[in-house]
Design a binder for this molecule. Sequence first.
Ligand code: 6CS
Ligand code: FE
Length: 306
Amino acid sequence: MTNVYPSRLTSEAQMLPRLDPVVHGDWSERSPLTRQQAEQFDRDGFLMLEDVFSPEEVAYPQKQATALLSSPKGLNPETIITEPGSDEIRSIFEIHAQSSVIERLAADARLAGVAQFLLNDRVYIHQSRLNYKPGFEGKEFYWHSDFETWHVEDGMPRMRALSMSVLLAENTPDNGPLMLMPGSHRVFLTCIGKTPEDHYRTSLKKQEYGVPDRHSLTELAQRHGIVAPTGKPGTVVIFDCNTMHGSNGNITPFPRANAFFVYNAVSNRLQAPFGAEKPRLSFVAARGEPKPLEPRPGQLMEDALV
Ligand code: 6CS
Ligand code: FE
C-alpha cells in the first residue's frame, strides 16, 4: 500500500498536506451532531460535548476506574502502564476488553454513533485506555499527533479515526487537562528519527520518538494557538486522529481521570506498519478482522452491570 504520509524517514521535519477529509460523512437532519458541531469539528479538529452522560450514569465507569486502580490484579499485566519513576498507574490499556462497564460505555450510541457519522463507516475500537493522571504524580504526555504513531508503528493507512475522551473526574485548568492546537489536524507534521525496537515499552510512559520538533511545534502553536477544554465528569472531548495534542503533569492533589476510546473506520483497518519493523502488540492496536460496534441506545446504567 502506498505510504502517503511518510514520517521518521528524513532528517528534516516536513509539514505535508492532509489528504483525507475530517468529517467523512454528509450532515443531515438525522445526524447525531448539529450542523454547527460537525462544522466545528471539521474546522478545529476537536469538539467538546458537555453533559453527554448524567452524574448517575458516569458514576458506573467512575466506580469501575476506582476499583481497577485499587485492585488491578485481575487485569492483563501488560496492559498496565505505570508512571515514569513511580509505581503509580498511568494507564490501563485494552480496558474495553477487560471491563463490561467500560465495554458498554465504548459502544454507547452517544459515542460510537457519533464516530460512525464522522467517519462515515462502521467503526471498531483501535485502542482503549483509562488514563488516571494521578494527583501529585501524574506526568505529562508530550505533544504528538496520534495518527503519526498509529500510521508509522501500527500501520493505520489513512486519517479516518478519532479519539473520544470521556471525563471521569473534573478536568480543571490545573490538573493537566488535554491541550490541543485547533486546526493543526490539517497538516501532517513528519517526525525525525528511526523507530526503536519495541518502542511502545517506553513511549507509553514517556514518548521520545514520533514527537515533533520544537521549531515545527512553535510554528503550529503560533498559527493555531493552544486550547485546553475543561469540564466535569460526563463531558466528552472528541478529537481527530491528527490533531496535535498533549497534556501537562498534575501536581494538584486531584486526579484527572479519563476513559479514552479510539474509533477507527472498518475500511481503515491496520496494514503493515509504515515505519517500523514489526507491528505493536494488539493491546495498543487491535489487529486482524475488525469487530464493528453496534451503537447501544439507552441509559448507561440499564445494562452497565451485565
Ligand atoms: O501510542 C499510542 O497509541 C498512545 N499514545 C499517546 C500519547 N496518545 C495516543 C495513544 O493513546
Ligand atoms: Fe495521544
